[in-house]
Design a protein around this ligand. Structure first.
Ligand code: PEP
Ligand code: MN
Length: 264
């Protein structure tokens, strides 16, 4: 795979003075929850609003997302706040619906990246599409599988690329929900310095009190941005309640990160 500066033009072209900030709830729950969260995020450093509408749950029975019903909610967010919008796509049907709704950035979830058949199916549905695609690491610590996901999109003419580091699952993760295994991200950056890499501290931490420290580590490693789960009422979120933060806390965290970055 050859990753060139072309592949990161989408990010550099945004002309940001700070790392990219993608924020928004784990799941879109109701139109009101989505819009309220977005309007609070509009006054922070957030550039891109995230919300999962198709939710891959490890075990059945949890909230599986509102599905395509949430697409007009995301479009309203874009219209009313000017933020770009992004959501996870897990199969070709999701890809087609997200394209029809003109979602600005698409991301591939960790449970999808592990499956080359699923990734290929999505890459085929997105063939030649002029939108950024961000590939989360697979749930298992396998750099080749992660890069293989990126390669499948690149081979299908998708030139706006990026990866999201969300940690790796293990039986005993102790302090973390998913182990950061920073050396894998460092290896990736060494091999592909022009491939934008974004940190998702929410799924690494699994709790809200460590998000700042983990994010700072990523900034020290020259990550390009963050995807942070943000909810108007985190304790009552329908998925990933323990790790979500309020828009006000997100604002504090991004400001704190910038101060520490300037003084280092
Ligand atoms: C998410 O971003 O809400 C999500 C399901 O993430 P992951 O694929 O990293 O588990
Ligand atoms: Mn989540």
């Amino acid at each position: 795979m050859e990753i060139t500066k072309e592949n990161r033009k989408w990010l550099d072209g945004m002309g940001l003075e700070h790392p990219l900030v993608i924020a928004g709830p784990c799941s879109a729950e109701t139109e009101e929850q989505v819009l309220k969260t977005a309007h609070l995020l509009k006054d922070t450093d957030t550039n891109v609003f995230r919300a999962g509408i198709w939710k891959p749950r490890t075990r059945p029975g949890g909230f599986e997302g509102v599905g395509a019903l949430g697409l007009p909610w995301l479009q309203r967010v874009r219209e009313e706040t000017g933020m770009k919008i992004t959501t996870e796509i897990g199969n070709a049907a999701h890809a087609e619906l997200a394209l029809k709704a003109d979602v600005d950035i698409l991301w591939i979830g960790a449970r999808t990246t592990v499956n080359p058949f699923a990734v290929q199916e999505i890459a085929d549905a997105l063939k030649g599409v002029d939108k950024p695609v961000l590939v989360k690491n697979p749930v298992n610590p396998d750099l080749a599988l992660w890069l293989g996901g990126v390669e499948r999109f690149q081979a299908n003419g998708i030139s706006q690329l990026g990866v999201i580091h969300r940690g790796f699952s293990a039986y005993n993760t102790g302090h973390y929900r998913n182990l950061p295994k920073w050396h894998i991200a460092i290896e990736l950056k060494k091999e592909f310095p022009d491939l934008p890499i974004i940190l998702d501290p929410s799924h690494i931490c699994g709790r809200r009190d460590t998000i700042l420290d983990v994010s700072q580590t990523a900034l020290d490693l020259n990550f390009d941005g963050f995807m942070i789960e943000t909810h108007i009422d985190p304790d009552n979120a329908w998925s990933d309640a323990a790790q979500q933060i309020t828009p006000a806390r997100l604002d504090e965290i991004t400001k704190e990160l910038k101060i520490r970055q300037r003084s280092s």
